[in-house]
Design a protein around this ligand. Structure first.
Ligand code: COI
Length: 362
């Protein structure tokens, strides 16, 4: 492992932090963060700092051209076990795929892991302990070069911040609005990358979804508006004729690690999983005819959330017969029990982090 520089001010930050009872998602921040700067073609020293504001010049490229990527991972400590981080190696691979698309440097696995593990280790006392709660880790990288020319930045900052978090959604009551007009991503674009700009592109429709009285937006392909893609922050699954169907990955869909894990768990449980192009109108017919009985959203933050109904802008609703989501909840429990260290990790998905307290000389 590379050497990490620990700012002595983290002692005070750790001492002064108390975990509130009501966490929400991504609202409470752990008192430490990791940071590393890239310049002159190489990554510098990794530092552990107290969580707080960072400074940047107003002409930093990220503020103008959105050269930014991020990841979402979770560390669990249910019942005092762990902390366990779920599949960080997969997040690292995806981070570098995103970096390539956004003309940013790769992060070496050692740097990505050490930053994530140190933040988790020093935050171990602040990982909430109830099932479904976790320390949400947010690795991210952004362009800091001070220049307004449209050229890839030559300076970047990589950081890991963390948020002790409750559930993203309460399970139940998830209504999904079918976005038939705006698009989130296009073939050849950046949709497969976890780039901040993709999320910005989804926000106007998120407002529309909310104003229409629904919770989540379902995105269709940008070209034909015919095929289901994803839910911006989540992937989509439907149970059709007792098989699990999900849109096949293309360059405008973010490949979720939860999605990938669900496919493995379901196949190993003998459930047929079909990855294919899914036409929205065909799915609505399948729902009406009760061939499709269940649908759910999944993602790191959301875990697995059963869908109540799909809806059109006209207000027409397509309720799922099993809106409580029998299979969704079964998979959710199976996944959570691995993530929380309650069942044997046969897939070797979980990284056990040794909690740390401050070195004596700080
Ligand atoms: C995650 O599940 O980590 C996501 O990316 C969703 C997030 C944007 C809230």
């Amino acid at each position: 492992m590379t050497h990490i520089k620990i700012d002595p001010a983290i002692a005070e930050a750790l001492k002064n932090f108390t975990l509130p009872d009501n966490l929400g998602f991504g609202q409470v921040m752990a008192p430490v963060m990791a940071s590393c700067i890239y310049e002159n073609g190489r990554w510098g020293q990794l530092e552990l700092l107290p969580y707080g504001p960072i400074s940047m010049y107003p002409n930093a490229k990220v503020l103008h051209y959105a050269q930014e990527i991020f990841e979402g991972m979770k560390a669990y400590r249910v019942g005092g076990l762990g902390p366990f981080i779920f599949r960080p190696d997969e997040n690292h691979l995806r981070f570098n795929r995103s970096a390539e698309r956004m003309a940013m440097p790769h992060i070496p696995i050692e740097l990505f892991m050490q930053a994530s593990l140190e933040v988790t280790a020093y935050s171990a006392d602040f990982v909430p302990r109830r099932s479904g709660e976790s320390l949400y880790l947010r690795p991210f990288m952004f362009a800091t070069e001070e220049a307004l020319g449209i050229k890839p930045s030559e300076k970047f900052r990589f950081m890991v911040i963390a948020s002790p978090s409750g559930s993203y959604f309460s399970v139940g009551g998830l209504s999904v609005f079918i976005e038939r007009h705006s698009a989130r991503a296009f073939p050849g674009g950046t949709g497969f990358a976890k780039a901040g700009g993709n999320y910005a592109a989804s926000l106007l429709s998120a407002i529309k979804t909310k104003n229409l009285g629904f919770v989540q937006t379902l995105w269709l392909d940008g070209r034909d508006k015919k095929y289901i893609e994803e839910m911006s922050g989540m992937n989509f699954f439907a149970v059709i004729n007792n098989e699990l169907h999900t849109p096949e990955i293309n360059d405008s869909i973010l490949e979720g690690i939860t999605r990938k894990s669900i496919i493995t768990l379901a196949r190993d449980a003998g459930i047929k999983v079909v990855e294919r192009k899914m036409e929205i109108n065909e799915l609505l017919e399948d729902i009406k005819a009760e061939r499709c009985t269940e649908a759910f959203a999944c993602g790191t933050a959301a875990i697995i959330a059963p869908i109540d109904y799909l809806a059109e802008e006209s207000g027409e609703r397509f309720p799922l017969k099993d809106h409580e989501g029998k299979l969704a909840l079964q998979l959710r429990e199976q996944l959570l029990s691995i993530q929380e260290g309650r069942s044997t990790d046969i897939y070797k998905w979980v990284v056990n982090v040794e909690p740390k307290s401050l070195p004596k000389n700080l």
